[in-house]
Design a protein around this ligand. Structure first.
Ligand code: ADP
Ligand code: MG
Length: 254
């Protein structure tokens, strides 16, 4: 279990994260949802260990890891921009982390991941030849071969659209469940968070507004911010889909 106790982070005298307390169970998929600039990436980086906390405590499976450096925590992140190596092909990108630690995954385990992510036909390709969805899958595979204890994803769907988005969503879910992997996903899109995760953590003004199952948030939004931010956005999306449907109908009739 991952546990954060009274975690605080200030940048330039401004409280970014005020007093974060949370628990995430092993194998759980959790989304961190909130508007742009609310501190989602900062929170992810604190958990990863790339950024130090100002005060508070981070524990994993009963051990205090607050002072444990990033590389020893055994968590791993897929960055928002994928951060793939352009001069290496897909296979070399996926296995990059194994060069110095070849014992972490066997050849079969790497092959299983490649097939789970549908990358078999792309292994020889250079990064520039890939679509956004394919790049995202390579980034996921590259992280997964290192067998992270927690998988962190920063806006994994934001650069993708429509059908591709749905397919990556399914793959993330499949991987998390197949490997019983604690997965924390940052997103600013309520629909993504509500459809992807076991629980959703809503971050606003440096604190946790609500941390609950998707159905509970929809049925019982805890405050006005959540009502506005979540439910309005969902409503806008629904109206857009409805408008699109209407205009298509019109076209068919005329
Ligand atoms: N390294 C940094 N130095 C100074 N300010 C930062 C740094 N990283 C983030 N911030 C500030 O912290 C706030 C939260 O940023 P971030 O965590 O990236 O938000 P989000 O991911 O929710 O969009 C922003 O106001 C941002 O400018
Ligand atoms: Mg961010």
């Amino acid at each position: 279990m991952l546990k954060l106790e009274n975690v605080k982070k200030t940048y330039d005298g401004k409280d970014i994260l005020k007093d974060i307390n949370l628990e995430i169970g092993n194998g759980e998929i959790v989304s961190i949802l909130g508007p742009s600039g609310c501190g989602k990436t900062t929170l992810l980086n604190l958990i990863l260990g790339i950024t130090e906390i100002d005060s508070g405590k981070i524990c994993f499976d009963g051990t205090d890891i607050t002072e444990v450096p990033m590389e020893k925590r055994g968590f791993n992140i897929v960055f928002q921009d994928y951060a793939l190596f352009p001069n290496l092909n897909v296979y070399q990108n996926i296995t990059y982390g194994l060069r110095n630690k070849p014992d972490i995954s066997t050849k079969e385990e790497v092959e299983d991941l490649i097939s789970l992510l549908g990358l078999e036909e792309h292994l020889e390709k250079k990064v520039e030849q890939l679509s956004g969805g394919q790049k995202q899958r390579v980034a996921l595979a590259r992280t997964m071969v290192m067998k992270p204890k927690i998988l962190l994803l920063d806006e994994p769907l934001s650069a993708l659209d429509g059908v591709i988005k749905e397919s990556i969503k399914d793959r993330i879910k499949t991987i998390a469940k197949e490997y019983h992997l604690t997965t924390i996903i940052v997103t600013h899109d309520p629909e993504e968070a509500l459809t992807l995760s076991d629980r959703v953590m809503i971050l606003n003004e440096g604190g946790i507004s609500q941390f609950a199952k998707p159905e509970e948030i929809i049925q019982n939004p805890k405050n006005n911010f959540i009502k506005k931010f979540i439910l309005n956005q969902l409503e806008i999306k629904r109206n857009n889909i409805y408008a699109l449907f209407q205009s298509e109908l019109k076209e068919q009739v005329s």
